[in-house]
Structure formats: structure tokens, C-alpha cells
Design a protein around this ligand. Structure first.
Ligand code: KIV
Length: 272
């Protein structure tokens, strides 16, 4: 088989589990559209998350609550069309799984069937475990999400660090163990103390992926629009911006506008 036709080895839940065992860190980034997913897949990012943060960065909502199942499926379909190697996880949106296992199963099946995604992610611990079990019973891989769970923002009241107090930290550890025992293949830990991120990662057998959970989780995830600096006002301590695309793109748009106005664009070579 020539290099050009060589098949790409796809990332699976088994690959991710092995990475944890081998101590190789897992990289995960959000993707909501074909073009971004293609770049991230080619870059070698192991897991692409079609996050409900699309509600914020794609649709401009203040919270993740308004995004619908149909909209998540649309984003997931666009991402899947681009992906050759990455493992694609899709968030079940607010209202599509809480408090109703059959609804949870229906929502997860719609995502898998209509988009071709590889797994779903749900926020919460003991309170959603029956939904997790039901989805798993259909052979659909499930990722958990604990700590700051943005779908519960109106319960928390703020986006500050979670589980700083002992009782909340203890509940988080119990929930992490429960999700592991129930059969989740991975767990996102959002905005918790680094010490707790370490303890959970050492306690459970499945890979933990942190966002603002310190360096000891088995992998890291960021919202790609934050990493590339396409968003500009969101500045949490955990965020490392690798580019300032907001300024770069704005400058390019202004340059284009000037070129159009002074009739420099299109030039002789840029016409038929
Ligand atoms: O929706 C999302 O982008 C997420 C990440 C922050 C983990 O859930």
C-alpha cells in the first residue's frame, strides 16, 4: 500500500483508554463546522467535541441552554464530514436527557443515526445516571462531565471554580466513580481545583479530560475559538490563547474594504 493510499488509524475509546494506561496525554478541542474540523483532524487532535458551547460561540447566546437537538445534529453532521481520524463526541443539549431516560436514549440515537458521530456527552452525576445507563444499553459510548456544568448555570449562579469545599469535592469524587462503574469511557472535569483533578484522575480507570482542572488530568480540552483568539472577551485563568485571530481577521477585513474602495481589488490578474 503506497503512502498516499495508506489508511488512517482511527481514534477509538480503546485507544483513549490505552493512552491513559501509557501515560500519553489526550488532546481534545471543540469543533462545530466542516472547515475547523478538517484543520483539527489533520493537526492530529485525538478528540473533537461538538460542544453545546456552539450556543455561545456560534450563535451568540449568553448560555448553552438555548441550543436545540436539531442544531447540535446540524453541527455534528458538518464536523463528521471532515473527519478521517479524530473521535467525535457530541453534547446532548439541555432538555434532551435530564429526568427522562427514554428521552435521553431517543436524543442519543438521533445524534448517532443522523450525524454519524461516535459518542455523546452528558452533564451531571448521580442525578443523570439512569439516562447514562439507558444510552449505554444501546451500545452508544458516553462521556461524563462534572465540576462546572454550564447547563446548570442558573443553579450555580456564577461561572466560578466548583468543588472548592469538601462536601462538593466529595460528591464530585463519588459521581466520578459512579460514572466510571456505570461504563462511561471518559470524563470531562471543568473548572475545579488542580488537586481535585489529580485525585479524580488517579482514582478512576477512565480517561479524565480537564478544562481548568490542572495539569494532572489525562487530557485537556479547550473551546477552539478561545484557543485561536477568535473570541476576545472571555479571559478565564485556565485559557491559553495561541493566536489573536480576532485582530488578524479584523485587520484583513479592513484591508479588503480599503482595497475595494480604492479600486485596487480586483486587479488585472484577479479577473477574467
Ligand atoms: O460545550 C463545550 O464546549 C464543553 C467543553 C467546555 C468541555 O462542554
Amino acid at each position: 500500500m503506497s503512502a498516499a493510499t495508506k489508511e488512517v488509524k482511527r481514534i477509538t475509546t480503546h485507544v483513549l483508554k490505552n493512552m491513559k494506561i501509557q501515560g500519553e496525554k489526550i488532546s481534545m478541542l471543540t469543533a462545530y463546522d466542516y472547515s475547523m474540523a478538517r484543520i483539527l483532524d489533520e493537526a492530529g487532535i485525538e478528540v473533537l467535541l461538538v460542544g453545546d458551547s456552539a450556543s455561545n460561540v456560534m450563535a451568540g447566546h449568553e448560555t448553552t441552554l438555548p441550543i436545540t437537538l436539531d442544531q447540535m445534529i446540524y453541527h455534528a453532521q458538518s464536523v463528521i464530514r471532515a473527519v478521517k481520524r479524530s473521535f467525535v463526541v457530541v453534547d446532548l443539549p439541555f432538555g434532551s436527557y435530564q429526568g427522562n431516560e427514554m428521552k435521553a436514549l431517543d436524543s442519543a440515537i438521533r445524534i448517532m443515526k443522523e450525524s454519524g458521530a461516535h459518542a455523546v456527552k452528558l452533564e451531571g452525576g448521580a442525578e443523570i445516571v439512569e439516562s447514562v445507563k439507558k444510552i449505554l444499553s444501546a451500545g452508544i459510548p458516553v462521556m461524563g462531565h462534572l465540576g462546572l456544568t454550564p447547563q446548570s448555570i442558573y443553579k450555580f449562579g456564577t461561572y466560578t471554580v466548583r468543588a472548592k469545599e469538601m462536601d462538593e469535592a466529595e460528591k464530585l469524587i463519588e459521581d466520578a466513580k459512579l460514572l466510571d462503574e456505570t461504563g462511561c469511557f471518559g470524563l470531562v472535569l471543568e473548572k475545579i481545583p488542580a488537586k481535585l483533578g489529580k485525585e479524580v484522575s488517579e482514582t478512576i480507570s477512565i480517561p479524565t479530560i480537564g478544562i481548568g482542572a490542572g495539569p494532572h488530568t489525562d487530557g485537556q480540552v479547550l473551546v477552539s475559538h478561545d484557543l485561536f483568539g477568535i473570541t476576545k472577551d472571555f479571559k478565564p485563568r485556565f485559557l491559553r490563547r495561541y493566536l489573536d485571530l480576532y485582530s488578524t481577521m479584523k485587520d484583513a477585513a479592513q484591508q479588503y474594504m480599503m482595497d475595494v474602495k480604492r479600486q485596487d481589488f480586483p486587479n488585472e490578474k484577479e479577473q477574467y
